[in-house]
Design a binder for this molecule. Structure first.
Ligand code: ADP
Ligand code: MG
Length: 253
């Protein structure tokens, strides 16, 4: 089966958490900010495929284009040129409402800051997303996955930063997204609580088979990944496959 044909029939591979079929394919992705006279190239001609169930880490210094790439993957932003496609969703050229639908049905986001609703409890924060999803798991199950069953009735301000971020992970995965996109999820956390957040993300990847992309500038985290892409100046400067993934709990920084 050639690559194109494989992408036409992705659902045959859905149950695998293996490396068979690309669920995401980008060609020549370029993103330019600034003006015509003073262009800022955030991404330069990126080609990328991501496979079902893959755990990808995007490494690179500040300004290298990581967030821009993640935002295009997640339908939050559009490239200046090039194409991006998620299964049968052509993301380039999609209307705003098509992108909104793509995000709502398929994408879970986790950002550096947790953005929980302060006046709602932990359970209510997660339930809010479950209520507008097509095929959610229960909020209780999502909180159980991230190890926070005992915190249902707390308010965000009563939790540590790491716990709040795990609630954010539960909120992102309660709708059973196809892809979980995490932009510097441990950026505001100390190493110990950061490891717990990474362990929660790895568990979701392992148990639900959720294709996962984690952005970091912390190279210690790269050991968790199936594959590590380094970005530099808007280009992919290296790509490595880990023969064996390191458990989050064993990562030190
Ligand atoms: P990273 O996430 O790796 O820090 P970004 O993707 O945020 O990098 O940014 C890549 C480049 O694009 C940087 O030079 C940044 O200043 C620029 N950039 C990102 N977003 C914008 C924007 N909205 N307007 C202008 N320049 C931007
Ligand atoms: Mg960024």
């Amino acid at each position: 089966m050639d690559e194109l044909e494989r992408r036409e029939r992705p659902d045959e591979h859905r149950a695998h958490s293996g490396e068979d079929s690309p669920v995401f394919a980008a060609r020549g992705l370029t993103k330019v900010y600034g003006t015509r006279l003073a262009p800022i190239y955030a991404l330069k001609d990126i080609d990328l495929e991501i496979r079902q169930g893959e755990f990808l880490v995007l490494l690179g210094p500040s300004g290298s284009g990581k967030s821009t790439l993640l935002n295009i993957l997640g339908g939050l932003d559009a490239p200046t040129s090039g194409t991006a496609r998620w299964r049968d969703h052509e993301l380039t050229g999609a209307t705003d409402s098509q992108l909104t639908q793509y995000r709502r049905e398929h994408v879970g986001f986790v950002f550096q800051f947790y953005n929980l609703i302060p006046s709602l409890t932990v359970l209510e924060n997660v339930r809010l997303v479950a209520q507008i999803a097509n095929d959610p798991m229960t909020p209780e199950a999502a909180l159980d996955l991230v190890g926070l069953s005992h915190r249902h009735d707390r308010f965000p301000s009563q939790l540590s930063g790491g716990e709040q971020q795990r609630v954010a992970v539960a909120r992102a995965i309660v709708k059973r997204p196809d892809i979980l996109l995490c932009d510097e999820p441990t950026g505001a956390l100390d190493a110990e609580t950061g490891r717990l957040v990474l362990a929660a993300i790895a568990k979701v990847n392992a148990e639900l088979g959720t294709t996962t992309v984690v952005i970091t500038h912390n190279s210690a985290i790269s050991g968790m990944a199936d594959r590590v892409l380094r970005l530099s100046g808007g280009r992919i400067s290296s790509e490595d496959r880990n023969p064996k993934r390191i458990p989050a709990g064993d990562i030190t920084w």
